[in-house]
Design a protein around this ligand. Sequence first.
Ligand SMILES: CC(C)(COP(=O)(O)OP(=O)(O)OC[C@H]1O[C@@H](n2cnc3c(N)ncnc32)[C@H](O)[C@@H]1OP(=O)(O)O)[C@@H](O)C(=O)NCCC(=O)NCCS
Length: 145
Amino acid sequence: MILRDMSEADLDAVLRIEREVHAHPWTAGNFSDALRSKYVCKVYENEGRMLGYAVLMLAVDEAELLDIAIAAGQQRHGRGRKLLEEMMALARRQNMQRMVLEVRASNAAAIALYRKAGFSDIGLRRDYYPAENGREDAILMGRDL
Ligand SMILES: CC(C)(COP(=O)(O)OP(=O)(O)OC[C@H]1O[C@@H](n2cnc3c(N)ncnc32)[C@H](O)[C@@H]1OP(=O)(O)O)[C@@H](O)C(=O)NCCC(=O)NCCS
């Protein structure tokens, strides 16, 4: 399995996964903006098949994980954990001291993944996300690198 830079040419495949696994997916424009903004956008693949991807924003000494996903049929095989660890290692190599992220309070899978990877809760943004029935809280998590 390899981690490589994402490009515009990947966006169809990325969006297929994004729409499959997120109730509130990023748009093509969101990914294009991330690429243009020089965020760290990585594709995780095996023998040419995209398993997932992640987007990281580096700011001074703190990396913010903006998106991470594993294709629906590829989940629960340790790949999300591996991809997250690769993104942490990459951030460390860029001299980042911390990694932070925001996650929907209802996203039990992601919260469990982050806890297992050493992240702890650092805050709560009430009604931060649009949701099916109104709004949903964001949990802020972080860990030292
Ligand atoms: C979150 C996500 C990336 C995890 O990917 P994954 O490859 O399935 O995760 P892993 O197999 O590496 O699991 C690592 C740990 O996360 C937790 N976990 C993962 N999926 C879980 C689930 N559905 N329910 C509960 N815990 C889960 C478990 O603790 C798991 O460890 P275990 O398998 O030893 O029990 C994946 O579910 C996903 O793409 N979700 C949709 C996108 C998303 O929500 N991204 C996060 C946005 S903030």
